[in-house]
Design a protein around this ligand. Structure first.
Ligand code: MYA
Length: 585
């Protein structure tokens, strides 16, 4: 095994699938089920009785009383160990509870997510015992809220380019200067995880690297901008954070100095997964509302649920939701089984869930038609709320680059071992001269073509879809290799193939998650025949759709409009507009 990944998705880049890692689909044990039911019922009861999402949206505020009530239910310390006052939920339960919040109210889900999925996650991940004892109990019980401060005016997707600086003073304290932008919970939070550039000695030479600090509210020099007026999630608070000669003691440094970038990325891996779970909750809500709507609405003398185009929308929603949900819980279950490196899986779940929730709310909106457009109904608010998910915690575009470039790293190293990529390319042009190299390459290539990747653990009723998956996986790894040979290092600057590679691997992960989950359900004697058939039907739609999306990307790996796209885009940007008018021509 030459792979650098334990990750399921990482292995896909080599054309490999570790069946042990995806089968059986992770199931909740009895204790987890009970805990999940209790938590979900409590959240559901509270939200139904006490949350008026329309009012929250209009007022643009989550009150202190509401935060206290949410905290009372344990919702501010879901993943924190009991010794620090938390609920100590595992990843799956945590995800399920965040899903329930996403079902009811996106502003509250955002506030709670920003607080614990990212706000104080670095403290959990790399804080010392003393640091945890000092801060965690108040955070876990919701007495204090947390915020995650990475983004800056000039550093969004390019998180490494932050300019906020922390300078070490002679007495060991640090002085921080800079500005953070669009920080959720800023102002109301007491605890700020702030990423700053610091000077570190590397091989005796000073270098700038990112470090991670805690800044507490009330520290002199810490101030906040006006509350941002946003399209959606209006009740969650978003502000700029200003750090003007803020002095913090060395005890406020989280983790090793200079390791802040990796600390931030690890935090975002959890955050992206949690965001995905909240989106899955949203999807379930919108499917329910769409079903109620089409059942009740009559046109041309019958319920609109009987019309084919309506049925197509409803079934599509189900397939998308089932896929995203399966991927999210395969990932959380895999983490519980010991998966350490889930950066690719978490990025995939974030992309998938944020895009599917957007498609689903769009269809749900269309089904409610005229009503949906009126503020009197909640659809426009749901739509406004759902839009941000494709943007925050890493735009889906930068995450696609990240998935493609991180994933191809392993096969790229392998190819380097085989011979320089340029040599392989040259050898392929002139096989006679380079027989040795070609034969090494051909062996590796052949191993990808032989269908050794057939899945053995899928339910027999899924045979056709299992075969789809195996063929797709083989084609994918060959495309990865072809791309590396074609572009070499230049792949880093070429987003056209990056996007397609990411899109294909997203489909592979979605499909394997669905196949694994459905296999478990089909093998479960406690599931009724009727339910099994229903799930099987959704699975078939999901797999067929996934396959279609996969091949539309695969085809354009070779034949595409990339050059035209680049040319046209350049002209439009240069002219600052389309530049074609019926008056002129
Ligand atoms: S918070 C702000 C979110 N911001 C971002 O997500 C920034 C996006 N940018 C990036 O992620 C990075 O800059 C990228 C790196 C990936 C582009 N896990 O050379 P590199 C390691 C582990 O690739 P760059 C917000 O929006 C990498 O291996 N490690 O770096 C909150 C390498 O390590 P080493 C990782 O080219 C909103 C090193 O880093 C990862 O600069 C509130 C450098 O990598 C990773 N993932 O680009 C949200 N990535 O040095 C609340 C990289 O050892 C939401 N590395 O080789 C709550 C829920 C709401 C629900 C609502 C429901 C409706």
């Amino acid at each position: 095994m030459t792979g650098i990944f334990e990750s399921v998705v990482g292995n896909f880049f080599y054309g490999r699938i570790d069946e042990e890692a995806v089968f059986p689909y992770p199931k909740l044990n009895e204790e987890q089920k009970e805990m999940a039911k209790d938590m979900v019922n409590a959240v559901s009861k509270y939200c139904t009785e006490a949350i008026d999402s329309e009012k929250l949206d209009q007022d643009g505020e989550i009150t202190k009383e509401m935060v206290a009530q949410l905290a009372e239910m344990g919702l501010c310390g879901l993943a924190v160990k009991e010794e620090f006052g938390g609920m100590e939920l595992d990843y799956t339960l945590y995800a399920r509870v965040m899903g329930e919040m996403g079902y009811f109210d996106a502003s509250i889900a955002t506030m709670l997510g920003a607080h614990q999925s990212i706000g104080y996650r670095a403290l959990i991940n790399v804080g010392t015992k003393e640091q945890k004892e000092k801060w965690l109990p108040r955070l876990a019980t919701g007495e204090a809220l947390a915020a995650f401060c990475l983004t800056e005016p000039g550093a969004g997707s390019d998180a490494y380019s932050i300019k906020t600086k922390a300078v070490k003073n002679d007495d060991g304290t640090y002085t921080i200067n800079g500005q953070k932008l669009w920080i959720t919970n800023a102002g109301m939070a007491e605890f700020y995880t702030v990423f700053c550039k610091t000077e570190i000695l590397i091989d005796g030479k000073p270098k700038e690297r990112i470090s991670c600090f805690v800044v507490e509210k009330g520290t002199q020099g810490l101030s906040f901008g006006e509350k941002e007026k946003k399209l959606g999630i209006r009740a969650s608070e978003t502000r700029a954070v200003f750090l003007d000669n803020v002095v913090v003691p060395s005890e406020n440094l989280l983790g090793e100095p200079g390791k802040g970038f990796n600390i931030a990325m690890e935090v975002l891996n959890t955050g992206r997964l949690s965001l995905a779970t909240a989106c899955v909750g949203g999807m379930n809500r919108f499917i329910k509302e769409a079903a109620i709507q089409v059942k009740g609405r009559k046109q041309f003398g019958k319920s609109i649920s009987e019309f084919g185009m309506v049925q197509r929308k409803i079934a599509d929603m189900a397939a998308l939701c089932y896929t995203a949900e399966s991927a999210v819980y395969l990932t959380t279950g895999s983490i519980l089984r010991g998966l350490k490196d889930y950066q690719l899986e978490s990025a995939i779940c974030k992309i998938m869930a944020s895009e599917y929730v957007w498609k689903i709310i769009d269809e749900c909106f269309q089904l409610a038609a005229g009503n949906a457009y009126m503020q009197e109904y909640p659809y426009e608010r749901w739509m406004r709320d759902a839009r941000i998910n494709k943007i925050f915690e890493g735009t889906n575009e930068i995450l696609r680059c990240f998935i493609a470039l991180t994933g191809i790293q392993g096969p790229a190293d392998d190819l380097k071992e085989l011979g320089k990529m340029a040599d392989v390319n040259a050898a392929l042009q002139d096989p006679i001269k380079s027989l040795g190299l070609i034969s090494k390459f051909a062996k590796s290539r052949l191993s990808k073509m032989v269908p050794t990747r057939s899945l053995t653990k899928c339910h027999p009723d899924l045979e056709k879809y299992t075969a789809y998956f195996s063929t797709m996986l083989g084609s994918f790894s060959i495309q990865v290799e072809n791309t590396l040979i074609k572009y070499g290092k230049k792949i880093i600057d070429n987003e056209f193939p990056q996007e397609r590679i990411a899109n294909m691997v997203i489909e592979l992960y979605g499909m394997i998650s669905v196949l694994s989950r459905t296999t478990s359900l089909l093998e479960d004697d406690s599931v009724s025949q009727q339910k099994k058939q229903y799930i099987l039907d959704i699975t078939k739609i999901a797999c067929k759709q996934s396959r279609q999306r996969f091949y539309s990307n695969l085809k354009t790996m070779v034949k595409n409009n990339d050059r035209l796209i680049k040319k046209v885009s350049e002209v439009i940007v240069e002219n600052e507009g389309l530049g074609i008018d019926i008056i002129d021509f």
